[in-house]
Design a protein around this ligand. Structure first.
Ligand SMILES: CC(C)(COP(=O)(O)OP(=O)(O)OC[C@H]1O[C@@H](n2cnc3c(N)ncnc32)[C@H](O)[C@@H]1OP(=O)(O)O)[C@@H](O)C(=O)NCCC(=O)NCCS
Length: 150
């Protein structure tokens, strides 16, 4: 498998990012990347990243790079792999890179993520990294936490 790395979204790779989309039947699971890039401008603690397989952007993630002010934890706000590149391990490799990036920040004691309740692929992926359901539902989504340090 290609080497998977994160690169910040800048003016140079915005167009490539906007071209990525999930399958049509998955579009209710994640906002369009155009929407996520707009959200990124308003969220002071989160940054948008392309998930790269060597030189090709195969996915996108928007996540906290410092504690989210409202609860002091690190959220992964958006996460997707383009339909052309799914099922090849990039979801797993991309999520591992996101988690490593967050765990490297000071004060990262807990990482939080949420998904549409019937998004079973996302649920399996997140649980395989140690995320556990908290029982909370925020904005209609199932919330999962990964405890980084006690
Ligand atoms: C969820 C998603 C990121 C997975 O990406 P991917 O590149 O296909 O994932 P991988 O190939 O790395 O597979 C990783 C794991 O995801 C889960 N998974 C992926 N596709 C799945 C499917 N069709 N059914 C069940 N589980 C699935 C499995 O746990 C899999 O691990 P396994 O193969 O060891 O069982 C991708 O399907 C996606 O972008 N979906 C649309 C957007 C979305 O739902 N984002 C999450 C919003 S919270």
């Amino acid at each position: 498998m290609a080497n998977t790395v994160l690169k910040l979204i800048t003016a140079e790779n915005t167009d490539e990012c906007l071209q990525l989309k999930p399958r049509e039947d998955q579009q209710r699971f994640v906002a369009a990347n155009a929407n996520s890039l707009e959200k990124a401008k308003k969220e002071p603690t989160s940054r948008p990243f392309g998930i790269y397989a060597d030189d090709i952007m195969v996915g996108f993630a928007l996540f906290d790079v410092e504690p989210y002010p409202e609860d002091g934890y690190f959220w992964i706000c958006r996460f997707m792999i383009d339909e052309r590149y799914q099922g090849k391990g990039y979801g797993k490799a991309g999520l591992a890179a996101v988690l490593q990036h967050q765990k490297n920040q000071t004060d990262c004691t807990k990482i939080r993520i949420s998904h549409v309740p019937d998004n079973t692929a996302a649920n399996r992926l997140y649980k395989s990294f140690g995320f556990a359901e908290t029982g909370e539902v925020i904005g209609g989504e199932t919330v999962l936490d990964l405890i980084v340090a006690e």
